[in-house]
Ligand binder design. Sequence first.
Ligand SMILES: C[S@@+](CC[C@H](N)C(=O)[O-])C[C@H]1O[C@@H](n2cnc3c(N)ncnc32)[C@H](O)[C@@H]1O
Length: 262
Amino acid sequence: MGTVTRGTTNPNRLRRMDRWIAATHGGDLRRAKDAPVAVDLGYGAAPWTAVELLHRLRTVAPRARVVGVEIDPARVAAATPYECDGLAFRHGGFEIPVPGRLHLVRAANVLRQYDEAEVAAVWERLCSRLTPATGDSRGGLLVEGTCDEIGRRHVWIALGPQGPRTVTFATRLGSLERPSDLAERLPKALIHRNVPGEPVHAFLRDFDRAWAAAAPYASYGARQRWIRAVRNLSADWPVTDGPGRWRQGEVTVAWGALAPRA
Ligand SMILES: C[S@@+](CC[C@H](N)C(=O)[O-])C[C@H]1O[C@@H](n2cnc3c(N)ncnc32)[C@H](O)[C@@H]1O
């Protein structure tokens, strides 16, 4: 299910997303009863992001397996020689031709090439494939987002079996003039909503103001300025993470605060 789109990818492009997944979802992956299965959906013209996802997940969950799924059969044929212990490639689309429930689905730079109106149904379909929540697990995770060609600017939405939970902004701080530079990397569900009257627009406006107010901290480096700005921002917006993640040039906000108006 879906359509073949541009296959642009790059080695290490998705490192920020991989690191966040390992940090926030690693415990659930490690505690999974069976070997946890992660799908890199739409890995592109080369298999790098799937190979890297496997390595990064295995640092926190040594039994993790990754299946790269691509809708372009030529890209699957090109990736197959890279199969190894824990890594396989399959031809398919949003139906995900992998049996059973999935602990992780990562779709990076895939939905940006679809219509906004298609997003909700795709999310619903992908979320229905996630492992359900149990007493000691929040269930599987869908991470859907966008970044620039070399992975300096990212925005992704994390969804659980019941739907969207959070939005994460992640950037290489040295390259940032102001937080709203990230607007051009908003995922499909938000990019057309960065207009006055929509929550994501108000959020980026407030983030820019907090960044400007934190300018004196720039003399200690962009990291200190970001941490200060996010701390100020968290007085008005439901920031769900803390300084440990902010230090990485990240901030995560509850989806409900940024969701588009109906
Ligand atoms: C821009 S590339 C992204 C590659 C990689 N994920 C990255 O971020 O570097 C998008 C890829 O998604 C694939 N794709 C698009 N729709 C798909 C679908 N429904 N199922 C699987 N792959 C899909 C395209 O064929 C393309 O190779």
